[in-house]
Design a protein around this ligand. Structure first.
Ligand SMILES: [Zn+2]
Length: 96
């Protein structure tokens, strides 16, 4: 399968080695052979693709993958008791 897409990060063309900026159009070539397919596409720049970029190519939409806590997590010196180290210590055989 061959398709146009926007570069989600800075890439290099797989044919000429030209630097492709983030958000620039790239030509992706997915190799498929029967039931097998290569997951990572081959990337080509606009010059090496040989076909013009479609005018209706969607702009790059960035999706944030940052993990944000949904519950406020307390931080600071008041979170742990002052003697938390001594509370972790137990004598051998001591219950707790
Ligand atoms: Zn190229």
């Amino acid at each position: 399968m061959r398709t146009w897409a926007r570069a989600r990060r800075a890439r290099l063309c797989g044919r000429c080695g030209e630097r492709i900026a983030k958000g620039a159009p790239i030509f992706e070539i997915y190799i498929e052979a029967g039931i097998f397919s290569v997951k990572v596409p081959k990337v080509r720049c606009q010059t090496c693709a040989g076909i013009p970029v479609p005018a209706d190519l969607a702009p790059l939409v960035e999706v944030s993958s940052a993990i944000t806590p949904t519950v406020p997590i307390p931080t600071g010196p008041h979170v742990l008791p002052l003697d938390f180290k001594s509370q972790q210590f137990r004598e051998p055989g001591e219950e707790g």
